[in-house]
Design a binder for this molecule. Sequence first.
Ligand code: GDP
Ligand code: MG
Length: 164
Amino acid sequence: MKPLVALVGRPNVGKSTLFNRITRSKSAITDSTPGVTRDRHMAQAEWQGKQFMVMDTGGYCHEKDTISTAMLEQTLTAIHEADAILFMVDVRSGLTYLDLDMSGMLKKHFRDKPVYLVVNKVESRQLAYEGEEFRKTGFTEPWFISAREGTGVADLLDEVVLSF
Ligand code: GDP
Ligand code: MG
């Protein structure tokens, strides 16, 4: 079986955008409306000659500031099935209590597998500086990326495929 990389994080941080970039598929719907991705999406990806699966998580979540039960369940399933987790946060909204909830969940359920703290929407040096605050999640090495522009994604994937 191919290794599985799961993208987790609260709605609107850019999971589906990164999923599309990594898998180059259009199967995960992205929209400016938070929570628009309705299902778990899986697709194949390849990097540095290594094949793996990528799982996007979304769930029905109509409110920005709550994690719906469906989303929580999806995230837990992803955590249990995955070999590596990309825990995504959004530098433009800063650290939220939902991010802290998720990081707590990851620490509780995902102890022995790699978790990469991925700070998304970093499109300037200033934003990279602000992204340092995400170290408070307890995942101390933030990876600064822009899923939209693609910056930082190659370095991140280099590291992720090394963990397989
Ligand atoms: P998801 O809910 O976590 O799957 O987030 P989406 O991928 O649907 O993205 C949510 C919103 O953030 C959309 O409006 C995206 O265009 C925007 N977005 C995603 N990645 C980036 C990024 O790297 N930079 C910026 N500035 N916006 C982004
Ligand atoms: Mg999505």
